[in-house]
Design a binder for this molecule. Structure first.
Ligand SMILES: [Cu+2]
Length: 135
């Protein structure tokens, strides 16, 4: 009677797949196809030395659009948002973050702890705003 009775439990894997599928379905294409490199001009330092990106929503467009930005894991990144109407930004970090902004000007700071490539999107406009390379 030495039969090993270790039950196989695929539930965890199934859940992960389901979540991944949802995440992919809920978002725009992650294939920007614009080569590598970093649009360093997008990032400025504010008066306290925090890296800051200006994001402007106007009608159906957003600036920047798919800019590549390098950030250091654990470092704050300030999003200086100017919008003509309220909306929400989705940060594809792990865990993901949802940033709500109002019409007008909103400052939000995000910190990403895990290295990787993190898309920052507007789901209202279905557009990629930033692609963060976190190291
Ligand atoms: Cu998203």
């Amino acid at each position: 009677m030495s039969r090993s009775a270790r039950p196989f439990r695929p539930l965890g894997a199934v859940l992960v797949s389901a979540v991944m599928a949802l995440a992919v379905a809920g978002c725009g294409s992650d294939d920007s196809g614009s080569g590598s490199g970093s649009d360093s001009s997008v990032v400025k330092k504010d008066s306290s030395g925090t890296s800051t990106v200006d994001i402007t929503f106007k009608g159906d467009s957003v600036t920047p659009s798919g800019a590549k930005v390098k950030v250091k894991a654990g470092d704050p990144l300030k999003l200086h948002i100017t919008a003509d109407k309220a909306g929400e930004i989705h940060v594809h970090s792990s865990p993901e973050q949802h940033i709500e902004y109002a019409a007008g000007t909103t400052d939000k700071t995000v910190t990403i702890d895990q290295p990787g490539v993190v898309d920052v999107e507007s789901h209202s406009l279905d557009k990629l705003i930033l692609q963060l390379t976190v190291r």
